[in-house]
Design a protein around this ligand. Structure first.
Ligand code: TPP
Ligand code: MG
Length: 620
């Protein structure tokens, strides 16, 4: 058997270079390269291997969490057909990835993590940054990734990668099981040479299948739909990953079933499609939530039914409600005791269309859908044109960005009050135009994620919408965007703290405690002094970005225009009124409240909470 003598790290890179995915006859090189930050745990191993393989591009990031967000966003934008590897040193470099790795796994996005690990041979232990445990030597900080990765392995001998790398690829390319994958690479083993079988470096194509639905279950689903009075489709992210949006538009256009969207599923239908009722759940529209409440049949496609979608299990109130779940993942397909169709969304929608020949929802149902649509359009217009302030409202900022940009451009967000407001108000005009990380809702994803989106779709303009809190948590990948010449448009919405959690704090009776960015007042002992003088524009400028400050709607529109003329990352800073919020519509979210308290406002909130909680259902 021909062999190739390489270090373990060189063999890893050589293998990764040759992995491809294929769907619908189109091939993609799976790895677009490797993000990394070097330290003593990887500089001589994976670092050297990357230097020796310039055709597998190395991207220097600013923070390990940031680079994993970038990698996850890239995979999401690529419909999980492409991904990045991420290399770090041992110790803090590795554990810096924990947060974003958890985000990738929760959002079911493939990212390959390649941290260094402490010496396998142990004789020099404890090495710099090593976690010592008196009860075991078979433990390092990298073990804390075990619950947040879908495959985890430590490579203690160079030949172990011959069997580990294919397993890593199996998970990364699995539509049902994908997420963060970790190969933990002890720094001494990375540099050890071995005679690897040459065949392991042959080009390998991982075919992404489109499994068909089981015939009996499809027939049953069609029967359930035909006998339903008020069927409703809950469109999740799986529809977008499966590229099933056209099939969905055609199907519902013909049969008239209304569609509501989760955060990940937003954009599955264009906002002005007659069957589109927009966002569903806690951050949903009135039409979506009222029809969900009444529906006798929910067809969940590519959704995992998070509490934001189910309004903490209060969304579906028809006592006769049944569920059909079309999902590539068996786990999700069985939720809510549904009729489980474990299959690809695109194929299933086409087959369902055939199975439902001649079927259309009742006329009066269609009339209601059209009425809800019209009312919601008017409500969005109202919020886009509030003429509040200055400072203006966040709804107006969203309206300005939505109307100023091109349909194929992408809005990116993750945490704070923006995701809810965007979910409600954003007029989606392209299946890949709305990119919200709301599985983990991780502050700090926005800018780093925006970079991943831009790298996956360089022909589109990317508009990152980020709160001041999130910006302060993680803005440093602006530097990486400049280094790589990937232009981002970043809109910093400054409301001097946490509008979202401030609102939540109000609702639980705590009056916004600890959510304002204010100096500590020595007299009160609390954080209720003057405003902190953070200059976001100066901060972004210091990192090298072009910056523009806007203060009202006309100056914001001018800034968006100016940003379009720029070729490098541009940051627009606008102050908004934290208290001018977009209302909630016909929904509820379970956030438990203190059962006993010295505060009357908390006691009142607790009593109200007890009543609302009674609406929570089991779907059995
Ligand atoms: C990493 C992380 N820490 C904490 C939270 C909890 N959290 C959710 S929103 C939020 C405040 C966000 O502030 P900002 O970005 O200014 O957005 P705003 O709420 O003002 O819209 C916090 C602390 C989180 N989602 N992620
Ligand atoms: Mg804020």
């Amino acid at each position: 058997m021909p062999t190739k003598r390489l270090t373990m790290a060189q063999a890893v890179i050589e293998f990764l270079k040759n992995q491809y995915t294929e769907r619908d006859g189109r091939q993609h090189q799976f790895f677009a390269g490797c993000f990394g930050i070097f330290g003593h745990g990887n500089v001589a191993g994976i670092g050297q291997a990357l230097q020796q393989n310039p055709d597998f591009r190395y991207y220097l990031a600013r923070n390990e969490q940031g680079m994993v967000h970038t990698a996850a966003a890239f995979a999401k934008m690529s419909n999980r057909l492409r991904a990045f590897a991420c290399t770090t040193s041992v110790g803090p470099g590795a554990t810096n990835m924990v947060t974003a790795a958890a985000g990738a796994t929760i959002n079911r996005l493939p990212v390959l993590l390649l941290p260094g690990d402490v010496f396998a041979r142990r004789n020099v232990a404890p090495v710099l940054q090593q976690l010592e445990m008196p009860f075991s030597q078979d433990l390092s900080v990298n073990d804390c990734f075990k619950p947040i990765t879908r495959y985890w392995d430590r490579i203690n001998r160079p030949e172990q990668i011959i069997t580990s790398l294919p397993e890593a690829m199996r998970i990364l390319t699995s539509q049902a099981d994908t997420g963060a994958v970790m190969l933990s690479l002890p720094q001494d083993v990375q540099v050890e040479a071995f005679d690897y079988p040459a065949a392991m470096f042959d080009k390998r194509v991982w075919v992404i299948p489109r499994p068909r639905p089981a015939a009996t279950l499809l027939r049953q689903a069609a029967d359930w739909i035909r006998t339903s009075q008020t069927p409703l489709i809950v469109a999740g992210g799986g529809i977008i990953y499966s590229e099933a949006t056209e099939a969905l538009a055609q199907f519902v256009g013909r049969v008239g079933i209304p569609v509501v969207e989760t955060q990940a599923g937003k954009g599955a239908l264009n906002y002005d499609h007659p069957q589109s009722l927009g966002a569903m759940g806690v951050t949903g529209t009135p039409g979506a939530n009222i029809l969900a409440r009444e529906a006798d049949l929910i067809i969940g496609i590519g959704t995992r039914y998070s509490d934001f979608t189910t309004a903490s299990k209060t969304a579906f109130k028809n006592p006769k409600v049944r569920f059909i779940n079309i999902n590539i993942s068996e786990y999700d397909a069985y939720k809510h005791a549904a009729l489980p169709i474990i299959a690809d969304a695109q194929v299933t929608l086409k087959e369902l269309d055939k199975a439902l020949e001649g079927y259309k929802v009742a006329e009066d149902y269609q009339t209601r859908i059209a009425a809800f649509n019209k009312e919601w359009d008017a409500e969005v217009d109202r919020i886009y044109n509030l003429k509040h302030g200055p400072p203006i409202s966040q709804g107006e900022v969203i309206g300005a960005v939505n109307t100023a940009i091109n349909p194929q451009d992408v809005v990116v967000g993750a945490a704070g009050s923006l995701p809810g407001d965007l979910h409600k108000l954003w007029r989606a005009r392209d299946p890949k135009g709305y990119h919200l990380e709301y599985g983990y809702s991780c502050m700090g994803y926005e800018i780093a994620g925006g970079l991943g989106v831009k790298m996956a779709a360089p022909d589109r303009e990317v508009y990152v919408m980020v709160g001041d809190g999130s910006y302060l948590m993680m803005a440093q990948e602006i530097v990486t965007s400049l280094q790589e010449n990937y232009k981002l448009n970043i809109i910093v919405v400054n409301n001097h703290g946490f509008s979202s959690i401030g609102n939540l704090s109000d609702s639980i009776g705590s009056g916004g405690f600890g959510t304002h960015y204010l100096y500590r007042d020595e007299k009160t002992g609390s954080l209720d002094g003057e405003r902190l003088p953070v200059d976001f524009a100066a901060n972004a400028r210091s990192l090298g970005a072009h910056t523009i400050e806007a203060s009202d709607l006309p100056s914001l529109l001018a800034a968006l225009d100016e940003a379009k003329q720029q070729t490098k990352t541009t940051v627009i800073v606008i102050e908004t009124d934290r208290e001018q919020r977009v209302p909630g519509y016909e929904s509820w979210w379970d956030v438990p409240i203190a059962e006993v308290s010295t505060q009357e406002s908390v006691q009142a909130a607790y009593n109200e909470y007890q009543t609302s909680k009674k609406d929570e259902q089991y779907h059995l």
